[in-house]
Design a protein around this ligand. Structure first.
Ligand SMILES: *[C@@H]1O[C@H](CO)[C@@H](O)[C@H](O)[C@H]1NC(C)=O
Ligand SMILES: *[C@@H]1O[C@H](CO)[C@@H](O)[C@H](O)[C@H]1NC(C)=O
Length: 190
């Protein structure tokens, strides 16, 4: 069985080499059909309706390393993207709070709670990455589920008062989708 698998992956590898640079010309479609990013995104979007295929592919393909990563590598890339994303959004929230000194109190309290949620989420992404690297997928899943709660809880806060608009809707949605992607990949690896 093992030998068979080795043989299989070897022939697959050779096939891939031919696709990549071989003398045989093959249409772009054939190469695309084998892209790990696209295959992973298709599966992930099927697994989780909260994640769109387009968002997944766009996010991962923006990272050059993703082009030669396997599923496990893509998981790590998605986790790091989530961490960077959360860090940027945290800084953005701080900026809004600084720029406008006189914020309506309820609005300010929403932003404060988002700031705290995002700070905690960043810690969770760090822990999750450690667990993931040591293949403790269950723990990584627990940590990332906590990360996923941050953007949705933050967004919901603004809905509690009529007429209030969240300045973070897109950013919350981005992190939400990135975490959905991470959780789907962890699920595929388990
Ligand atoms: C999609 O997101 C909602 C929360 O907004 C959550 O309740 C639901 O479980 C998510 N779906 C999946 C498949 O994770
Ligand atoms: C978060 O990630 C998404 C998708 O990769 C990206 O489009 C967006 O610009 C990022 N936002 C921040 C604040 O880094």
């Amino acid at each position: 069985m093992v030998r068979y698998l080795h043989f299989f992956s070897l022939s697959f590898y050779i096939f891939f080499l031919i696709l990549q640079g071989g003398p045989i010309s093959i249409s772009d479609d054939a190469v695309t059909a084998l892209s790990v990013v696209e295959e992973t995104c298709k599966k992930a979007a099927d697994m989780d309706p909260n994640l769109t295929y387009k968002f997944c592919v766009t996010s991962l393909q923006a990272i050059p390393r993703s082009h030669c990563a396997n599923l496990r590598g893509l998981g790590l890339i998605a986790m790091k993207l989530s961490r960077t994303n959360a860090t940027h959004t945290k800084l953005y929230i701080k900026k809004i709070m600084k720029k406008k000194k006189k914020l309506e109190p309820f609005y300010r309290s929403c932003l404060e709670s988002c700031l705290e949620l995002y700070s905690n989420a960043i810690y969770s992404t760090r822990d999750a990455i450690k667990y993931y690297k040591s293949r403790s997928y269950l723990e990584a899943n627990v940590q990332f589920s906590a990360v996923m709660d941050a953007p949705s809880t933050c967004e919901d806060g603004f809905k509690e008062k009529e007429g209030l608009r969240s300045p973070l809707t897109k950013k919350n949605n981005d992190l939400f989708q990135l975490t959905a992607l991470v959780l789907s990949i962890i699920e595929m690896l388990r």
